[in-house]
Design a binder for this molecule. Structure first.
Ligand SMILES: Nc1ncnc2c1ncn2[C@@H]1O[C@H](COP(=O)(O)OP(=O)(O)OP(=O)(O)O)[C@@H](O)[C@H]1O
Ligand SMILES: [Mg+2]
Length: 317
């Protein structure tokens, strides 16, 4: 598949602080590419650089082989961005907001009207399009935000956590819109800290942490790489960062069936090649430590477990 956008050794520093730390990756034409990572990982900074809103401190970004910074004025017409923070005028209607954004993209007159009608229809906003945005639900505001990035039919759409703070119904509507747009040929770069979203929507996922992309592949391959199963043991006692259970954790980690064990608040998260074979050893370790097991669950690995495995922390800490 042809490459649409390529980033090479891209770094962004704010003063002395590194927000994005030498990342290299490529977004292929026609794919939904996900950037998955916790708060502060550098997702928005990456998107802002790819969308020409922010200049990298160093490194190169190319769009269809053209240097982004040297061709920014031209490339802005083929790039759509939906920012993480809502960028709407609350006292204007959805329609008037879209007139404003459409004009920014150089659309005028009949062509603009048609685009606005189509986009409102696509996002299910037609019915209330003339009401003030401030009267909308969070989910509807998100959809207007999305509409604003779509009016000029960009080749690539940058979506920065588009489902933050929306109800499940609007969330599903947004998923369906993203999938629909992608089926029509739009390339999409989607950031999220919800692993369910990355797994469901994205053809490939870059896992981001502390400014770096630490893994990049299809969800399936990332998960397969980890292999085995995850066992969660619910605990009565809770861990604090400065006190780990000396004996128990060590006893678990030396068991041959176990690849890793980590204590997160009120759960022990254990990774194993073979859950059935590991259970007896786990039960013994808990018994020896006089630590009651509150619950026990065997889970197939998912992107959350991949992240935990790679970083030693949870996506939502
Ligand atoms: N304008 C800025 N000035 C200084 N530091 C910044 C600025 N914008 C971001 N940062 C810092 O850069 C790092 C990456 O931030 P960024 O917003 O890109 O992360 P993110 O992955 O989008 O996080 P979130 O999930 O919370 O949106 C953070 O440590 C953040 O505090
Ligand atoms: Mg962000």
């Amino acid at each position: 598949m042809a490459i649409l956008v390529r980033a090479k050794d891209v770094t962004k520093k704010y003063g002395g602080q590194i927000a994005v730390d030498g990342i290299s990756f490529a977004v292929r034409r026609g794919e939904i590419f996900g950037l998955l990572g916790p708060t502060g990982a550098g997702k928005s900074t990456t998107i802002a650089m790819l969308a020409t809103l922010l200049a990298p401190t160093s490194g190169i970004i190319a769009f269809e082989g053209m240097d982004l910074t040297q061709n920014a004025a031209h490339l802005r017409h083929v790039i759509g961005i939906v920012p993480q923070e809502l960028a709407l005028y609350p006292t204007l209607s959805a329609r008037d907001n879209l007139v404003f954004f459409g004009e920014l993209y150089g659309l005028r007159g009949r062509a603009l009207e048609t685009r606005i009608d189509e986009t409102l229809e696509l996002l299910g906003l037609t019915e209330r399009a003339t009401e003030r945005v401030e009267t909308y639900s969070d989910g509807m505001k998100r959809r207007v935000n999305l509409a604003a990035g779509l009016l000029h039919r960009p080749k690539i759409l940058f979506l920065d956590e588009p489902t933050a703070g929306v109800d499940p119904q609007s969330r599903n509507a947004i998923f369906e819109n993203v999938e629909h747009l992608n089926r029509q040929g739009m390339t999409i770069l989607y950031t999220t800290h919800y692993m369910e979203e990355a797994e469901r929507l994205c053809h490939r996922v870059g896992i981001m942490d502390r400014g770096k992309i630490i893994a990049l592949d299809t969800s399936q391959n990332l998960i397969r790489l980890l292999g085995g199963s995850i066992i969660h043991v619910g605990m009565i006692r809770q861990t604090t960062a400065w006190h780990e259970p000396d004996g128990l954790l060590n006893d678990l980690r030396v068991l041959p069936e176990i690849t890793s064990a980590q204590w997160h608040t009120d759960r022990m998260i254990i990774q194993t090649h073979n859950a059935a074979a590991a259970l007896a050893g786990i039960a013994n370790a808990f018994q020896s430590a006089h630590e009651p097991m509150r619950s026990l669950e065997i889970l197939e690995p998912n992107l959350e477990s991949v992240f935990l495995h790679l970083t030693g922390k949870s996506l939502r800490d």
